[in-house]
Design a protein around this ligand. Structure first.
Ligand code: SF4
Length: 302
């Protein structure tokens, strides 16, 4: 493995490439990544980079977002199978139908959506900034898609805005059931429960803290507590357990793994760099419109 890591680092320098890795990736990817984080952080890094090549160890919509932000750079997704089941729940036609049912209402799309969908929305958000983004619209009502659970969680936090959601969801986070939380709390009574807002509301209601991937990690790092039950993707537990050995991080259930996030291996990253594959391109017209939606988010998140 060390040999492959060195080869990747060498190629990265030769080709002036940067590797962006999402926290849900296999933890070994961190050894070669320049930036590891959640969707917001990685979008901000993608917007700033002066590299010629961006290798995205994440899922398709993330690489697409990086390409929209960097139309003149080469953006590579090492494994094309890396899609997002939630993002695939709404396409352009379904969006137009949803919008036509609620005319004149501003539309917020979760970053977990395709470029085509972003191109027809007013502003984009991630789970880190969703509250701030919806609030920034100063609207009585917003349309939110595709994740109904994130949208409804935002509505609960803001209280003064109606969030009408599209019925999309993350199949990985929905595997977490309220009874899993109750069982884990009984088993680890001293632990705090930290949950992602993509979880069902019956789960987030039982959590001590609800926040994005970065929010969960920061909360656990800063807390005086020593034990945490983590109700989100396994990659978060892998990284926290690796980096904070004086604390105990318990994954709520063994199967909270996003299969699409786990495709990329070090071999795939190496092949992507060496063969410059698989290049992500976005139709110019769609990219221009989607960029407005993403840029608005980045502006509000500054
Ligand atoms: S965890 Fe859920 S929302 Fe995130 S990439 Fe996987 S399927 Fe998509």
């Amino acid at each position: 493995m060390q040999e492959k890591i060195e080869l990747i680092k060498k190629l990265k320098t030769e080709k002036n490439a940067v590797i962006l890795a999402h926290c849900y990736q296999n933890a070994e990817i961190d050894e070669v990544a320049d930036f590891v984080g959640d969707s917001l952080y990685l979008s901000q890094q993608a917007a700033k980079t002066d590299a010629d090549i961006i290798v995205f160890a994440g899922v398709f919509f993330m690489a697409q977002t990086a390409k929209i932000l960097n139309p003149n750079k080469k953006v590579l997704l090492p494994r094309t199978e890396s899609g997002c089941l939630m993002a695939d729940m709404i396409n352009y036609h379904q969006l137009m139908e949803f919008k036509s049912q609620h005319p004149g209402i501003p539309t917020v799309c979760y970053i977990n959506s395709t470029a085509e969908v972003k191109s027809e929305c007013d502003i984009c958000c991630t789970s880190s900034n969703a509250i701030k983004i919806v609030d920034s619209l100063n609207a009585d009502e917003v349309l939110f898609l595709p994740d109904t659970y994130l949208g409804k969680w935002v509505e609960k936090q803001l209280r003064n805005v109606k969030v009408t959601t599209y019925p999309g969801y993350c199949p990985t986070h929905l595997r977490i059931k309220p009874e899993d939380i109750i069982e884990a709390k009984n088993k680890y009574p001293d632990a705090e429960v930290l949950a992602h807002p993509e979880c069902h509301k019956n789960v987030t209601e039982l959590a001590d803290y609800v926040g994005s991937t970065t929010g969960i990690m920061n909360y656990a790092i800063k807390s005086n507590k020593k034990q945490f039950i983590i109700a989100t993707e396994k990659g978060v537990v892998d990284r926290l357990s690796r980096d904070y050995k004086d604390k105990k991080f318990i994954l709520i259930k063994d199967n909270i793994i996003c299969p699409n996030m786990k495709w990329h291996t070090l071999d795939d990253i190496y092949n992507a760099l060496e063969k410059e594959q698989y290049e992500i391109n976005v139709d110019e017209k769609i990219a221009k419109k989607a960029l407005i939606c993403i840029d608005r988010m980045l502006e509000v998140s500054k």
